[in-house]
Design a protein around this ligand. Structure first.
Ligand SMILES: [Mn+2]
Length: 412
């Protein structure tokens, strides 16, 4: 017998940072959580799963209309025909969803009560769990879960941060020790979006991760866990990728690149490699420009035009959407040579370097603030406070060197 454990479907959730631009596959991006859910249902059918567990945050928030619920219910009907039952609970995101309270779910689907723990029996499997009664549950719900039932495979379902998983609201906290002491065979957890097998047997404690990555920090394969039961024992739990859109971070080094176009040329094969690796997926990419070299100044000055070139290269690869281009590279200004120049830049640099009073550089930086406001935002990022003085002098030198090359005419 097999069962499938998923969580944090966040159906119809918007993908964060989805910006419309020509060539980007917006509509297919928007539908990603639905396509991933269809893949989940397909997995259940293919594996002839006895039941599907949905451990909370099936819905992202209150729906704008009934379409989310209609889609969900119609997908579940495909499982009814195959005899696959569904047990679900509500997490912090969908605890208060008012519309779902009026959505009649098909009879093979059971939503666990929120007032107290409840047990559902499917053959010789007892599934215990409780929905979030409200969005912010601060207590350990698992404490009140019932004792395991003799002669049954016991599964606990819980939406929880466990003992404080990084980056997640600490809802319904509990401990591995507490869960283990319950005497269940498997804990089907939800809430933490990173997949994690917290304990591998006696009991199994599993976060399947969310079904579809939704922003640039949710990279890598996303999906559900497929468990196989033999002789009343769980013998394996295997992760299955079910996502249709894959998030990646691509880092490109500008060292040795003469121009922004060279940097874009370095990205082209990287975009193509993504496609080659997963040809059927959509790809959402954050590009991080790193390193040091002569291309930096032009990239910084070009700003949005450079981003446009990067997006164009992604379009050429096909089905690659560039979420953001983060410029973290540095210029190659020869500070020594600039300091020796007998012009305004040289004088100012010598003055800033020579004064032992750091407040002078700070005052100067304050005066530069107005000037900074006119710069492309990538250049503004260079003015980080911890390296203020070096940044300011380099920025100034860069600015002056560009003016000296006659490149300043295009700037604001
Ligand atoms: Mn959650």
């Amino acid at each position: 017998m097999k069962f499938v454990h998923a969580a944090d479907v966040h159906l119809d959730s918007p993908l964060r940072g989805l910006e419309r631009y020509p060539g980007a596959p917006h509509e297919r991006m928007r539908a990603a959580t639905r396509r991933a859910f269809e893949n989940l249902v397909n997995l259940c059918l293919r594996e002839k799963a006895a039941f599907l567990l949905l451990a909370g945050d099936t819905y992202d928030r209150e729906w704008r209309d009934y379409n989310t619920g209609l889609f969900f219910a119609s997908e579940l009907l495909r499982l009814r025909e195959a005899g696959t039952r569904v047990v679900m609970l509500r997490g912090n995101h969908d605890a208060k969803n008012v519309i779902t309270k009026h959505l009649r779910l098909p009879e093979h689907v059971h939503e666990l009560a929120s007032a107290r723990p409840e047990t559902v029996r499917i053959g010789d499997v007892a599934i215990h769990g409780q929905s979030f009664p409200e969005g912010k549950v601060q207590s350990d719900l698992s404490k009140a879960y019932p004792e395991p039932e003799a002669g049954m495979l016991n599964i606990g379902m819980l939406h929880t941060s466990l003992d404080g998983r990084e980056g997640h609201e600490p809802y319904a906290p509990c401990t591995v020790r507490g869960l283990s002491s319950k005497g269940y065979d498997y804990w089907a957890l939800g809430h933490v979006h990173a997949r994690e097998v917290v304990a591998q047997g006696s009991p199994w404690i599993v976060y399947p991760g969310n079904l579809q990555g939704r922003h640039a920090r949710e990279t890598g394969g996303k999906g559900a866990s497929l468990a196989t039961v033999e002789g009343g024992r769980i013998v394996s739990v295997v992760h299955q990728d079910l996502d249709v859109l894959r998030w990646s971070v691509l880092e490109v080094d500008i060292a040795g690149a003469e121009s922004p176009a060279d940097v874009v040329d370095r990205l082209r094969p990287m975009f193509r490699a993504l496609r080659a690796e997963l040809p059927d997926h959509l790809h959402a990419v954050r590009v991080v420009v790193r390193g040091q070299g002569p291309a930096h100044g032009r990239i910084a000055v070009e700003g949005d035009a450079f981003v446009g070139e990067v997006r164009g290269a992604a379009n050429e690869a096909g089905d690659v959407w560039v979420e953001k281009v983060r410029v973290e590279s540095r210029g190659e200004v020869d500070m020594g040579a600039l300091e020796e120049r007998e012009d305004a830049a040289g004088h100012l640099l010598r003055y800033l370097r020579g004064t032992g009073d750091s407040s002078v550089a700070k005052d100067f930086a304050t005066e530069l603030d107005a000037f900074e406001g006119q710069l492309p935002k990538e250049l503004r990022g260079m003015l980080r406070r911890d390296r203020l003085r070096d940044e300011v002098t380099e920025l100034l030198a860069l600015r002056l060197s560009l003016l000296g090359n006659g490149a300043g005419g295009d700037e604001p």
